[in-house]
Design a protein around this ligand. Sequence first.
Ligand code: GLN
Length: 500
Amino acid sequence: MATTTETTTLTLEEIQDFKGKYPKRLWYLFFSEMWERFAFYGMRGMLTVFMTTQLLMKDDEAQLKYGGIQAFIYAMTFVGGLFADKLLGFRKSIFWGGLLMIIGSFTLAVAPKELYYIGISFTIIGTGFFKPNISSMVGSLYSEGDPRRDAGFGLFYSGINIGALLGGWLCIVAAKEYSWNLAFALAGIGMIIGLLIFIFTKRTLGPIGLPPMAGKLSVKKILRNDIFVYAGSLLVIPLIYLMVKNSQYTDYFMYTVGPAALIYIIYEIAKLGDKASRQKMIAAMVFIIFSIFFWAFFEQAGGSLSLFALNNLNDTVLGIHMDPNAVNNSSNSVFVVIFSPLAGLLWLWLAKRKAEPNTVIKFGIGFLFVAVSFYIYYYTRFFADATGKTSLNLFTLAYLVSTLGELCLSPIGLSLMTTLAPRPLHGMMMGMWFLASAYGQYAAGILGAGMSKTADNATQMDKLMAYTDGYKNLAIYALIAGIVLIVISPLIKKLMHEVH
Ligand code: GLN
């Protein structure tokens, strides 16, 4: 584990003063995060099926639970980010988070049915410590105002999706062909690889990610703080266990955590000395709030779109036979891997010609892409046969379009959190960014459940009509959000000062 006496051969300035498009150290973080996402998405892909087929839950109960677990995971990133900023620093947080995720995965591998909620609870807390902080470390590789930052986050985002693709695919196959034990163990092995890469490369990161109090407090006091955080997070696990097990607690949790986090952020903003920093934080909050809407649309993927794929899609893409659910699970990652580097290069190319749209406009465009993609989901109804089955080709095209939208918002949002917030608040703001995803997941479940209100004896055709009606509405909402963002962009731009 990192200690304050660790060798810090390079200074921050030396690290940030790199040649070429990407800092070399980005690759270390890229591979650590790639494996963490391997574990995360591998597990994510298994949960609903596991709960329905092994824990014998009803479909709707399993979906609620799935939404709750996802919401908890992303909500915990706020706590993980906060403790990294105040006490642990990024490195120890990542180490601790990785360790808890490994324990969680192997708990599930040993006794998936019996220890299900315990394993999940470890994973929730672990991801909270790992996910936001590794993203913040990427931000630290760049000096303020470095135009290469967005492209760096774009590359990092490809790593996320390579991991998601491999883990999502391998774990599902392992569960289907071999056993659930092996599938959960694979997630654990992925996490071990990710953590080992981090442990062996973190020494090259100079002072990046060391505890905030390093050098200011005695080693003994720092150790006491660390133990406080480690023990505290272990003590929270039974609480998480109870809340995940009882779905109605998820609602209470969501009603309280967001407002509490918001009040805390307002307090931190008020404490900031200068007006410009305060305004930048307000701009960051606008982005965060809009991202909740974005994820509420986008995260239909794990819920309503997977049921739509199950019931209403044929099984060929460009003449090749494919399982519609596999396409629903993986096409997004495939498209991110293909288009993320291109998007990064496009932004750089435009920046050189002074034609790069500013971030608010990029966010707005992101929503417009999502609006188009949901319109395509709606439009599939006109290609349906008499049994209510429609075109997987068109569905896949819609995924391509929504992925372009994701690329205008998600990697840029990560990058933005590290430019708009002052450095001591990076972890917390990154956590806040992911907390918005938690609310997005939660809202996505509610929107999806609203769409699926068809009678028990509904035909495939009824379902097609119900879902596509819902998608048309989402297209309209996304369009409105995009237009609002573009209209208010001059105002937000002012709040962002030199950041663009
Ligand atoms: N797909 C991205 C990831 O896993 C973004 C997820 C999110 O912020 N909701 O990191």
